[in-house]
Design a binder for this molecule. Structure first.
Ligand SMILES: C[S@@+](CC[C@H](N)C(=O)[O-])C[C@H]1O[C@@H](n2cnc3c(N)ncnc32)[C@H](O)[C@@H]1O
Length: 223
């Protein structure tokens, strides 16, 4: 089984410190929601983010990254064949566990609505047969729960050629769900930290390279 953790994803509800900012209030009115119930989204709240968190203004409020990654992963052949399990870990140690049969909305605004619903209710669609479950967990805790060899993907990692790299059947890959900067979480617990290319890749490209390589190694056995 391949476990995939999208780590330190820039997904959070609008922090209290900027809930009264005019850009946030305006957006909340349009969406007919309370600011506290909305996901922080740099496309709409960039001024508000910059006013309170200037040092992190280029990375916070990016649910779009998780949307791309999760669509890619959930719709992959590997997932259709039952060999993939995906976890969305956020900057605040919220972890959303995603059942393999989950088909996520293709439209971004519907994806945002769904994640907001998870933050409010912890389970989607319900506790009896949940597709999405929210738990408080550190990156290390969720990685240990996944098990297998734990491999972090980072542009600062040890340079490897993915085609020749040893990938055991039970593996947990950790990919950053942010656009710039570094992991916020401790990643020292990983068995290996690797770089697969000499330039920075988008998270969804990194994820698809990993899925494609794992498919190449292990899919034939189940077909
Ligand atoms: C856009 S990058 C984040 C930028 C950040 N400077 C970094 O690479 O840590 C998103 C994620 O894609 C993965 N990634 C990006 N470039 C990579 C590379 N050359 N090799 C391996 N993973 C990479 C990492 O997991 C990274 O956290």
């Amino acid at each position: 089984m391949m476990h995939l953790i999208l780590a330190d994803s820039e997904i959070e509800l609008v922090p209290q410190a900027i809930q009264g900012h005019p850009a946030v209030v305006k957006h909340a009115k349009i969406r007919k929601k309370k600011p506290s119930q909305m996901l922080l989204d740099a496309s709409y709240h960039h001024q508000a983010i910059r006013s309170k968190y200037p040092a992190e203004a280029e990375r916070r409020g990016r649910p779009d990254i998780a949307h791309f990654v999760l669509l890619n992963a959930q719709e992959s052949i590997l997932n259709h064949e039952g060999l993939l399990k995906v976890y969305l870990h956020t900057r605040n140690n919220d972890v959303i566990k995603i059942a393999p049969e989950t088909r996520l909305p293709k439209a971004y605004h519907r994806f945002v609505g769904l994640i907001e619903h998870v933050f409010q209710n912890k389970y989607v669609p319900d506790k009896e047969k949940p597709l999405l479950v929210l738990e408080k967990m550190s990156l290390q805790a969720v990685a240990k729960e996944c098990g297998g060899k734990i491999i972090v993907l980072s542009e600062k990692g040890r340079k490897i050629n993915l085609r020749e790299y040893e990938i055991p059947r039970d593996v947990t890959f950790i990919v950053g769900g942010f656009s710039s900067g570094d992991f916020l979480s401790n990643i020292d617990f990983a068995d290996d930290i690797i770089s697969m290319y000499h330039e920075t890749l988008m998270a969804w490209v990194t994820v698809y390279e990993l899925i494609a390589e794992y498919e190449r190694r292990y899919l034939e056995e189940v077909k």
